[in-house]
Ligand binder design. Structure first.
Ligand code: ADP
Length: 459
């Protein structure tokens, strides 16, 4: 079963609130039971002693009792739950509440029993009497027996105090629950509203609206991170989409030119305008070679891009490996009178690479360096740690082109490259190979001064 964020958050707040209230109630009631009982018991004991003391005050100097005083004392005590019986020194009962008004006494005891039963349904109590000595007129005057519902009882005031406390707890519970629901809803809103925005945005992106961006910010860092990630995703999808479209157009464009030339030349031959001599046929052959080369390059790029997991990596000495590639290229450099230098230090540099593929990447950099460096210039290849660097003193690349030269079919000067055969795929292949190795490739260049290409292998 799945829940909405709002339900989950609200329920968890309510649960926590309920647990807190329960804890407070249990603690409060526990305290009440122990502390309040002691307090009530002490109070009742004190009240009984006070009654005994006051009873002593009703003994006159002549040894007779003020029964009127005893009566008002006894009735007063009865109201507080005490049944008073005063016995003189001679054992004679001087005043007895049960004799005076037995009905009222019984009524009072029943009332106390009811109070106790209302608070403690299983309470086992009963009527009990305690004796207290009476001192009056400066001497021992007899005994007061105080009967009450025991071992202790709650009078109406005590009971209403407890009830008020419980009512208060109930109100607190309700208030805390309302607060928990309110805060839960509010917090859930703060999360679910921006999340819903992200969901809606991703759905629109999935449906093809790649320009969708979420601009609203929240105060929750994780949600902002999702928002940024979705925006980033949409931006990069849009870029990929643009790249894909451009690639189709570029491929069509690259094919159209040689095909158009082929077509017009063939038509001229068919119409008899041209004779099919060696020169014409060679020119036709060159056009087909150009198309073949383009298709081969595209195939090679597709292979590099699709076969990243198929690398056959081997532990290789990077310095020796690059030195060998450079040595192979030397004759071409010499033919164009461009100097080539290798600097790899004498040290062995261990690297895990697929030598066949990686040499393709380095060869592509070298042939670009050779192509774009005029006669008399020089190229330097160096290996340092996990970096291979190819720098030339060639024509350089304008800053506006630099970010795009690794794209498929991108050329700074299409007309020049077409005449020299480059279709703008060499660097894309080099990048695919390096990235398949988990590395990076970057270019720095200054127009007219030369370029530096750096392959950095990770690890
Ligand atoms: P191409 O097959 O046309 O050489 P690349 O992908 O290898 O294609 O290079 C893309 C473009 O980058 C080239 O057309 C060229 O304009 C530019 N470029 C690459 N390397 C260099 C370099 N060393 N010096 C100047 N320009 C370069």
């Amino acid at each position: 079963m799945t829940w909405t964020l709002r339900t989950r958050l609200t329920l968890s707040y309510v649960l926590v609130a309920l647990l807190c209230v329960l804890l407070v109630s249990v603690l409060a009631n526990g305290m009440l039971e122990s502390q309040f009982r002691r307090y009530v018991r002490d109070g009742q004991e004190k009240a009984a002693r006070r009654v005994a003391e006051l009873a002593g005050g009703q003994l006159r100097e002549d040894g007779s009792w003020d029964t009127g005083g005893l009566e008002s004392l006894g009735m007063n005590a009865l109201e507080q739950g005490m049944v008073v019986k005063v016995t003189g020194r001679d054992g004679r009962v001087v005043w007895d509440a049960t004799e005076h008004n037995n009905g009222l006494c019984e009524q009072m005891i029943t009332h106390m029993a009811q109070n106790m039963a209302s608070r403690y349904p299983n309470w086992q109590g009963g009527y009990a009497e305690s004796l207290y000595p009476v001192r009056g007129a400066g001497r021992d005057a007899g005994l007061v027996s105080i009967g009450s519902y025991g071992p202790f009882f709650l009078n109406d005031a005590d009971l209403s105090f407890i009830n008020a406390l419980n009512r208060l707890l109930l109100w607190v519970t309700l208030a805390v629950l309302a607060l928990a629901v309110g805060v839960g809803l509010l917090m859930a809103r703060g999360i679910s509203v921006p999340l819903a925005r992200v969901v809606a945005a991703t759905q629109r992106i999935a449906a093809g609206s790649l320009e969708v961006r979420i601009t609203e910010r929240t105060r929750v860092r994780e949600i902002d991170a999702i928002t940024t990630a979705v925006n980033e995703l949409s931006r990069s999808l849009k870029e990929q989409e643009a790249l894909r479209r451009r690639l189709t157009t570029d491929v069509a464009h690259e094919l159209r030119t040689p095909l158009a030339a082929l077509q017009s030349h063939l038509e001229a031959l068919i119409d008899g305008v041209w004779q099919p001599d060696a020169k014409r046929l060679t020119s036709l052959h060159e056009e087909t070679l150009r198309i073949t080369r383009l298709v081969r390059d595209l195939e090679s790029l597709a292979r590099q891009e699709n076969e990243a997991p198929a690398l056959e990596k081997r532990e290789t000495d990077l310095a020796a490996f690059v030195r060998a590639v450079v040595a192979n290229a030397e004759p071409q450099f010499r033919a164009k009178d461009v100097g080539i230098d290798f600097r790899g230090g004498g040290r062995k540099i261990a690297a895990s690479i697929d030598p066949d593929k990686m040499s393709q990447a380095v060869i592509n950099l070298l042939s670009n360096a050779l192509e774009f460096t005029p006669t008399g210039g020089s190229v330097e290849v160096s290996v340092d740690a996990q970096e291979i660097r190819v720098s030339d003193t060639g024509i350089g690349i304008g800053a506006e082109h630099l970010p795009r030269i690794f794209e498929r079919l991108y050329r700074v000067d299409p007309s020049r490259s077409r005449s020299t055969g480059g279709a703008g795929i060499g660097l894309a292949i080099a990048r695919a190979i390096v990235e398949a190795h988990g590395g990076t490739i970057r270019a720095e260049s200054r127009l007219g001064a030369g370029s530096i290409f750096t392959i950095r292998l990770e690890g």
